[in-house]
Design a protein around this ligand. Structure first.
Ligand code: RFL
Ligand code: PHB
Length: 391
C-alpha cells in the first residue's frame, strides 16, 4: 500500500486530520488497532470549546452536534461555602462551550469516513515506523493476521499517549516534560437527568468534585480520590454522599439528583509534553505528543487544534510544494500546548486538595478563586482559557 499521509490512530486527532485532508484532495490512510465498537464506546471527554465546534461544523460533521449538543454559556465554581457563576460569552466576546461527548464526535467522524472518506482500517496494529529520517517512511502493521506495510510521504502519529509513533523519535532528538499529580479521579456515569445545570467545579476540604453531563438524560460526575484507589471501594451510596457534601451550596438550595450508576473508572492525572512535535517526516498530534490533566477539559480540544494545524501544513505543501508550514508546525502548536498545560495545571492545583496541603495552601487556593469571583479581569482570564484560545 502507498499513500501521501499515513495516519496512525483513529481517535479524534487521526479521524479529523483524515477528514480535513480528504476535503482538500490529499490522499491518506488511517490505521486503527482497535475495532470500531471499542473506538466508539471509549468514555472520555465531554466539553467542546467554541473553536472545536466551529471546526467540526466547517468540515461537515456539525449536523448531529447542532441538534444534540448542549450549548453552555457559563460554568460554576463552588468553594468555601460560596457559589460563583462565570458567564463565558460576556467575558470572551461571545464564546462559549458545548457539551457533546467524545464518543459522539468519534461516531460522527467514523460514519463520514466510512461513507465517503479515505481508507480507515480497524484492527490494524502498527508495530513500528522506519525511514522517518529519509523522507520515504514506511509504516509496519498487522491486519487480519498478516504483516503489511504502508509507504508514505509523511506519517502522522495520532496514536495517543501509549502509541508507537513517539517512540520512533530517538532520545537525543527529544525533550520530555512530565508532571504527575498525587491524586486521581473516580468518574461515574449515571442515569440522572442533569436538567438545566451547567458544569460545576467544586473545591472542598474533602477534595475536588465535578458535576458534568453527557446528554439531557445522563450525568457524568467525578470525585478526587487517592492514587491507587480501587473503584470497587466506592459503593453507589458512598459516591452520592461524597458528591452531596463536596458540591453543596451555601444556602442548601441546590440538590444533587441521584440515580443508578452505570459505569465507573479511576483515572490518574498527569501533564506530559514531548518536544518537538516533528521529527523528519514524522509529525505527532494530540495525546501522542501531550497530555493535560483533565480539570480544564482540554485534551480533546488540543487534539483538534493540532489536527487543524497539521492539515493546513500538509495541504499547503500539496498545493504549493512549500514546506514552510510543516517547518513551523511544531513551534506553533507548542505555544498553544504550553498555554493549555499552564491553565489545566493551574485549575488542577487550585481546585484539588494535595495530600500534604496545609493552611497556607488553603488560603492561596481560596484567594485565587475569590479573585475570579470579584475581579472582571481575573474572570475574563479564566473564561478566555476555559472557552478556548482561538484555533
Ligand atoms: P486517542 O483518543 O487516545 O486516540 C488514539 C488512537 O490511536 C490508537 N492506537 C493505535 N492504532 C494503531 N496502531 C497502534 N500501535 C496504536 N496505538 C494506539 C488507539 O486505539 C486510539 O484509537 O488520542 P487523540 O486522538 O489524540 O485524542 C485525544 C483525546 O482522546 C483526549 O485528549 C481526551 O479524551 C482527554 N479528555 C478530555 N478532553 C477534553 O477536551 N475535554 C474533556 O472534557 C476531557 N475529559 C479526558 C477527559 C480524558 C479522560 N481520560 C480517560 C484520560 C476525561 C477523562 C476521564
Ligand atoms: C467530562 O464531562 O467528562 C468532563 C467535563 C469537564 C472537565 C473534565 C471532564 O473539566
Amino acid at each position: 500500500m502507498r499513500t501521501c499521509v499515513g495516519i496512525i490512530g483513529g481517535g479524534p486527532a487521526g479521524l479529523l486530520l483524515a477528514r480535513l485532508l480528504h476535503r482538500a484532495g490529499v490522499d491518506c490512510v488511517v490505521l486503527e488497532r482497535r475495532d470500531r465498537d471499542h473506538v466508539e464506546r471509549r468514555q472520555r471527554a465531554g466539553v467542546l470549546e467554541q473553536g472545536t465546534v466551529d471546526t467540526l461544523r466547517g468540515c461537515g460533521v456539525g449536523a448531529r452536534l447542532d441538534r444534540e449538543g448542549l450549548p453552555h454559556h457559563g460554568v460554576e465554581l463552588r468553594f468555601d461555602g460560596r457559589a460563583h457563576r462565570v458567564d463565558l460569552p460576556s467575558l470572551t466576546g461571545g464564546r462559549s462551550v458545548t457539551v457533546y461527548a467524545q464518543t459522539e464526535v468519534v461516531k460522527d467522524l467514523v460514519a463520514l469516513q466510512l461513507a465517503d472518506g479515505p481508507p480507515l482500517l480497524f484492527g490494524a496494529e502498527v508495530r513500528g515506523v522506519t525511514g522517518v529520517e529519509s523522507g520515504a517512511p514506511v509504516i509496519h502493521f498487522t491486519h487480519e493476521g498478516r504483516e503489511r506495510t504502508l509507504s508514505c510521504g509523511v506519517v502522522a502519529g495520532c496514536d495517543g499517549f501509549h502509541g508507537v509513533a513517539r517512540r520512533t523519535v530517538p532520545a537525543r532528538a527529544a525533550r520530555t516534560y512530565v508532571q504527575e499529580y498525587p491524586y486521581s479521579w473516580l468518574g461515574v456515569l449515571a442515569d440522572v437527568p442533569a436538567g438545566d445545570d451547567e458544569l460545576i467545579y467544586a473545591r472542598h476540604a474533602e477534595g475536588f468534585a465535578l458535576h458534568s453531563m453527557r446528554s439531557p438524560a445522563v450525568s457524568r460526575l467525578y470525585l478526587q480520590v487517592p492514587n491507587g484507589t480501587d473503584p470497587a471501594e466506592w459503593s453507589e451510596q458512598r459516591v452520592w454522599d461524597a458528591l452531596s457534601i463536596r458540591l453543596a451550596t451555601p444556602d442548601g438550595g441546590w440538590e444533587l439528583r441521584r440515580g443508578p450508576i452505570t459505569a465507573r473508572s479511576v483515572t490518574g492525572m498527569r501533564a506530559f509534553v514531548h518536544e518537538p512535535m516533528r521529527y523528519g517526516s514524522l509529525l505527532l498530534a494530540g495525546d501522542a505528543a501531550h497530555i493535560v490533566p483533565p480539570t480544564g477539559a482540554k485534551g480533546l480540544n488540543l487534539a483538534v487544534a493540532d489536527a487543524v494545524a497539521l492539515a493546513a501544513a500538509l495541504v499547503h505543501r500539496h498545493r504549493t510544494g512549500s514546506t514552510a508550514l510543516l517547518d513551523t508546525y511544531s513551534d506553533s502548536c507548542l505555544r498553544r500546548v504550553w498555554q493549555t498545560v499552564r491553565f489545566a495545571s493551574w485549575m488542577t492545583t487550585t481546585l484539588h486538595r494535595h495530600p500534604d496541603q496545609g493552611p497556607f495552601e488553603d488560603r492561596t487556593q481560596l484567594a485565587a478563586l475569590d479573585r475570579i469571583a470579584t475581579s472582571k479581569t481575573a474572570a475574563a482570564e479564566f473564561a478566555e482559557n476555559y472557552a478556548g484560545l482561538p484555533i
